[in-house]
Design a protein around this ligand. Structure first.
Ligand SMILES: CCCCC/C=C\C/C=C\C/C=C\C=C\C(=O)SCCNC(=O)CCNC(=O)[C@H](O)C(C)(C)COP(=O)(O)OP(=O)(O)OC[C@H]1O[C@@H](n2cnc3c(N)ncnc32)[C@H](O)[C@@H]1OP(=O)(O)O
Ligand SMILES: NC(=O)C1=CN([C@@H]2O[C@H](COP(=O)(O)OP(=O)(O)OC[C@H]3O[C@@H](n4cnc5c(N)ncnc54)[C@H](OP(=O)(O)O)[C@@H]3O)[C@@H](O)[C@H]2O)C=CC1
Length: 330
């Protein structure tokens, strides 16, 4: 299966014919992505049942995607949940479905997090329904891929308003009321791996998510004295309609994305829901200011400049090593 052709002893002219995922990788017997068999996702709730009994949880964007999965897990573990976003019909459908499965009430509250007045009214409604929450998950977001030179001011404003200002309005409004009531709480923000690295083509999202991380790290330092913990989860790719339809509308990039993930697969909503439940639970009461990357290894895979050498087969390595060992001096 060795496809190395020596055109000269120069590294640059070494032509390595890349093997596609439908062919064996050297003598390892691994097909691209087949390592996923080592990393099967577990779908059941990880924490003991009742871990969130008598606790109230607010999940923004809890009607769909990852927010919905987090709501389902918290509800299954005993929490009374409130889900908030713009589309009341979507929220109500999700709330009914989850409540009927878990037997625990899920409340739907309409709220556009970009509007501080709407956020304040939403928190009034939450106080009346359940009292102030013990768990706040800032999960709502907006995003789309777009070359930055095509972004209008309003496109920039829309994404940064939802992601950064929305998270800030929800966090500050609840924080102030919790402080007044001398009540502790766990705050969790869902960001993304490129909040750390930056990324072209999603620049408003990258900028806003980086701001959210700064906000949460800062408040972790400032508001511990009020009983508040602040943590961040940076998910890698997890299939949801909201994300994939806006970031890879044709599906053209999915295979390349999976190929670069060392665990060979996308994450699942249930996996991130378990992590979010743990971080929000009392089992994690010493965790604050943490940034947890949850991406199957994608970030480090993208970062290391030699990681492409994964495609070199054992036979090719023998040839490369011989060439390297033959080199004397500089
Ligand atoms: C190499 C490829 C890799 C493939 C990756 C595949 C999978 C994903 C992997 C990782 C994901 C990592 C991070 C994910 C982060 C996320 O946040 S995903 C969550 C995405 N979910 C959502 O976005 C849900 C909510 N979104 C929306 O409601 C809308 O999309 C929107 C954000 C636009 C807000 O809606 P609305 O308030 O109704 O805004 P408007 O439609 O009025 O638009 C406001 C302005 O924005 C301009 N605009 C809208 N869409 C685009 C576009 N596609 N391109 C350019 N500009 C756009 C619009 O024209 C408005 O501006 P103007 O008024 O015209 O100037
Ligand atoms: N899926 C993935 O691969 C990844 C996702 N993430 C993050 O995970 C989180 C969830 O994303 P995902 O589930 O994939 O996508 P979704 O599109 O399903 O979730 C986004 C949610 O945000 C809500 N929302 C959007 N705008 C507003 C607004 N102005 N006010 C209130 N709520 C709003 C939406 O509800 P509505 O339309 O009713 O307002 C929706 O429920 C986001 O923070 C995203 O950035 C990060 C990395 C990877």
């Amino acid at each position: 299966t060795c496809q190395v052709h020596f055109e000269s002893s120069n590294w640059k002219s070494l032509s390595i014919k890349r093997l596609t995922d439908s062919r064996l990788h050297g003598s390892t017997g691994l097909r691209s992505g087949s390592q996923a068999n080592f990393f099967p996702p577990l779908e059941d709730a990880m924490l003991p049942s009742g871990s969130f009994n008598n606790r109230m949880a607010l999940i923004t964007g809890g009607g769909t995607g990852l927010g919905r999965a987090m709501t389902a897990t918290l509800s299954q573990l005993g929490a009374q949940c409130i889900i908030a976003s713009r589309k009341l019909d979507v929220l109500q459908r999700t709330a009914e479905e989850i409540s009927s499965q878990t037997g625990n009430k899920v409340h739907a509250v309409q709220c556009d997090v970009r509007d501080p007045q709407a956020v304040s009214q939403c928190v009034d409604q939450i106080e009346a329904l359940t009292g102030l929450p013990d768990v706040i998950i800032n999960n709502a977001a907006g995003n789309f891929v777009c070359p930055s030179e095509r972004l209008s001011p309003n496109a920039w404003k829309t994404i940064t308003d939802i992601v950064l200002n929305g998270t800030a309005f929800v966090t500050l409004e609840l924080g102030k009321r919790l402080i007044q009531n001398q009540k502790g709480a766990s705050f969790l923000a869902i960001t993304t791996i490129y909040a750390e690295s930056g990324s072209g083509f999603v620049v408003p999202s990258a900028s806003a998510k980086a701001g959210v991380e700064a906000l949460y790290k800062s408040l972790a330092a400032e508001w511990g004295r009020y009983g508040h913990r602040f943590n961040i989860i940076q998910p890698g790719p997890i299939r949801t309609k909201g994300a994939f339809s806006r970031l890879d509308p044709t599906g053209a990039f999915e295979k390349a994305m999976i190929d670069r993930i060392p665990t060979g697969r996308l994450g699942t909503p249930a996996e991130i829901a378990n992590l979010a439940a743990y971080v929000s639970s009392n089992y994690a009461s010493w965790m604050s200011g943490a940034v947890i990357r949850f991406d199957g290894g994608e970030y480090v895979s993208l970062a290391g400049e030699f990681n492409e050498l994964r495609s070199v087969t054992p036979d090719q390595w023998k040839l490369l090593e011989a060439m390297i060992r033959k080199t004397k001096g500089s």
